[in-house]
Design a protein around this ligand. Structure first.
Ligand code: DX5
Ligand code: ZN
Length: 229
């Protein structure tokens, strides 16, 4: 299992480019800059058209992408019944399996099964789902990801209310003595990153702020600087 706290030179400002914003006709080139960059994790958004109103890519694509990097994969499953795919995500070599609280009827069991499969367990909350819904599992999760837009699409506007939510999550984690990292996904860019860092975020997913830019590696460096702890 990856050592979460010592990654990124021991800093808690990990940058996770979201492949959803990549040029899918040029994945090799997109993976080339990713590998060369200071990015820490690769964030992979799987959508089923049921849990979210969009469909992205699935395992056949992910298997090819996974072979093109040695950096940790953070697989964000925006699908119903994600527990059905634990072994497939493990077989990709994923470091972090990221499931939605709203999609898991037996969340505690799913977290256990992700751990048994040798992966870190991340639980994601939609913007409308309160942090308090994780009270009884906070000691068991490795990462809590807050959606800072409604899931399903890239390049949406950051929901400002998320900043308060990060603070509330931080309190919950501290109160429980949990070691969970805080990850945010959606609308992360040069403008929103500093306030997220001030609120206590550890992992920053960024799609449209990186892909398609003239120098994505420089954008990663900029986000690293703006979120330095
Ligand atoms: C949205 C996805 C995100 C998305 C973020 O449902 O989970 O990972 O790629 O895109 P940006 O960074 O453009 O908001
Ligand atoms: Zn995502």
């Amino acid at each position: 299992m990856i050592e979460l706290r010592t990654m990124g030179a021991g800093q808690h400002n990990l940058i996770a480019p979201s492949l959803l914003a990549a040029d899918f006709a040029n994945l090799q080139a997109e993976m080339e800059w990713f590998n060369r960059s200071e990015a820490d994790w690769l964030h992979l958004d799987v959508m089923d058209g049921v849990f979210v109103p969009n469909i992205s890519f699935g395992f056949p694509v992910l298997e090819h992408v996974a072979r093109l990097t040695t950096k940790p994969l953070d697989v964000h499953l925006m699908i119903v019944q994600p527990e059905k795919f634990i072994s497939q995500v493990r077989d990709l070599g994923a470091a972090v399996m990221n499931v939605h609280q709203e999609a898991c009827v037996h969340l505690h069991r799913t977290i256990q099964q992700i751990h048994e499969a040798g992966m870190r367990a991340a639980v994601t909350l939609n913007p409308s789902t309160p942090v308090s819904t994780l009270e009884d599992v906070i000691g068991d999760v490795d990462v809590v990801m807050l959606m800072t837009v409604n899931p399903g699409f890239g390049a949406q506007k950051f929901i400002e209310h998320s900043l308060e939510k990060v603070s509330r999550l931080r309190e919950l984690i501290a109160k429980a003595g949990s070691k969970a990292l805080i990850e945010v996904d959606g609308g992360v860019n040069r403008a929103t990153a500093p306030s997220l860092a001030a609120a206590g975020v550890d992992v920053y997913v960024a799609g449209s702020a990186l892909y398609g830019k003239p120098d994505p590696c420089a954008e990663v460096v900029a986000l690293k600087r703006l979120t330095a702890v």
